[in-house]
Every structure is written in structure tokens, then in C-alpha cells.
Design a protein. Structure first.
Length: 264
């Protein structure tokens, strides 16, 4: 479920211009045309668009063949293209999205509620980002929020054997080259069970992250970059900001495990 950011403010800005009525008409036409093209271009093998009207949309991922379910990684890889598709309307508004991957027995009304909640989380953490929520049969879930320009980080994972998504892809999808997400998942579980991240300095969780996501240390140690990526507010104190960063890394690992460990 996606929604344009600050569209009301954008419309007020357009209305305040000398040719405001014409600007609003052009904006409305652009968004209507975008919704129509978005619905037509959505890959039918992944599911269907429920609605795409104006600046908001809802699409559903499902396989037509129960014996050939869509893999989470396939939906994630399509999600990587969504920001580019959104910008095809060429209007100066960003988009926030709630992306929910659910177990088969979760009721539809609950799925919709999770979509709404996930979208709100994306907006509350700075907008122009996506919240990925994985919901289990029990109703419990794990979720992770990320700006669009950093969403491909899950594909930069490198396991302890040096396997990466690109190496696996270049090998012709040789199963022995597939990156093993259990390496980071198990390490995180050990660290969390021993409270290693409790009252720590920011360098330690970032150093841990850099082991599995090389060349990210410098970016995450930069305060402004980290604020943009993680989504914490300037009002948070140092200890709160560190905890928010630790939770962001932990959530990335848990969501990445669900989306990427099942690739074939």
C-alpha cells in the first residue's frame, strides 16, 4: 500500500501560483495517467493492482498456481523498481509504502490493517521510504523501514564464505554460491541473547554490520547519513539514537532472513 507524501501541501503550493488552476489540472492529469500505466505494467505473474487512483495505490502479490508460490525475493526485487516507476509521473512528490509479506492463513482484513500500519510507520520515520513487514500465522511480525535509495542493501549481503548475491547470479545461480543468511542471523541471535548491544558505543553495532555488508561502515558512522538511513530524530539523545540504530540493524537482519534465505 503506497501513498504520496505531503500531497495536500503540494496542491496548496500549486494553487498559490499565478496559473494555479492550470497547475493543479496538470498535476491531476499526470497522476491519473500514472495510475493507469502502473496498473497496465504490473507483472501479471506476480499478482494484480487492486487500485491505483491519484497518489495512492494497493497491489496484491499472489501466485495463480498454488504449487508454484511466489518467492519473497521475487517480490523484493520488484519492490526495488517501484521508486523508479513512481517517478515516471514527473511530479515533485515522494511516496511512502507499506509492503507486507504474510503467511497464507492471515485473514484479508488483517492484511489490510498491517498494510495501513506499515505505511504509517514509513511516513512517521521521515517519508520517502518503505516499511517491510513480515507477518506470521500467529499474527506476530518483524518489520524494517528503509529509505528508497538504500533499499538495495539486502542484495549487498556477503556471508562468511564470501558469497554474495552478485556472485551467485553470475555463477548461473549455482546453489553452492548462494549467500547464506543464517551466518548473520545466528550471530545476531547470539549477540542479542548475551545483551552485547546493551549500553554499547555506536561503533560496535556498525562494525558488526560492516562484516556482512562491506563498505558500509563509513556511511553509517556519518551522523547525517545515519539519520537519513535509520530514520531517528534530532531530538533523540545519544543513547536513544544508538538504540534506534541497533534496532534498525537487527530488524534488517530479521527481515532479510525472511525475504532472502529462501532463494532458489
Amino acid at each position: 500500500m503506497g501513498d504520496g507524501d505531503r500531497v495536500g501541501k503540494h496542491l496548496k503550493d500549486l494553487a498559490s501560483r499565478p496559473n494555479g488552476d492550470d497547475e493543479i489540472k496538470r498535476f491531476s492529469l499526470a497522476m491519473r495517467n500514472w495510475g493507469s500505466k502502473f496498473e497496465q505494467s504490473f507483472p501479471h505473474n506476480l499478482g494484480r493492482i487492486i487500485y491505483a487512483g491519484g497518489d495512492d495505490f494497493l497491489d496484491k502479490y499472489h501466485s495463480k498456481d498454488p504449487n508454484e508460490p511466489i518467492l519473497p525475493i521475487e517480490a523484493y526485487q520488484w519492490l526495488l523498481t517501484l521508486k523508479g516507476k513512481w517517478e515516471e509521473h514527473q511530479q515533485k512528490i515522494t511516496v511512502s509504502v507499506g509492503f507486507v509479506w504474510v503467511a497464507g492463513s492471515v485473514p484479508q482484513r488483517d492484511v489490510l490493517q498491517h498494510c495501513r500500519e506499515a505505511e504509517k510507520v514509513a511516513k512517521s520515520l521521515g517519508r520517502d521510504r518503505v516499511t517491510i513487514r513480515v507477518v506470521f500465522n500467529s499474527g506476530q511480525y518483524v518489520q524494517w523501514t528503509c529509505p528508497w535509495d538504500y533499499l538495495d542493501i539486502l542484495q549487498r549481503y556477503r556471508d562468511l564464505d564470501g558469497n554474495t548475491f552478485s556472485k551467485w547470479e553470475n555463477s548461473g545461480y549455482n546453489s553452492t554460491k548462494r549467500p547464506n543468511w543464517s551466518h548473520i542471523y545466528q550471530d545476531l541471535a547470539q549477540l542479542e541473547s548475551r545483551w552485547v548491544f546493551k549500553n554499547t558505543l555506536i561503533q560496535f553495532p556498525i562494525d558488526f554490520f560492516d562484516i556482512y555488508f562491506p563498505d558500509q561502515r563509513k556511511k553509517l558512522l556519518d551522523y547525517e547519513e545515519r539519520k537519513h538511513i535509520v530514520g531517528f530524530s534530532e531530538e533523540q539523545g545519544s543513547s536513544e539514537e544508538i538504540q534506534t540504530t541497533v534496532e534498525w540493524i537487527s530488524n534488517l537482519v530479521k527481515v532479510g532472513w525472511q525475504l532472502c534465505s529462501d532463494i532458489k
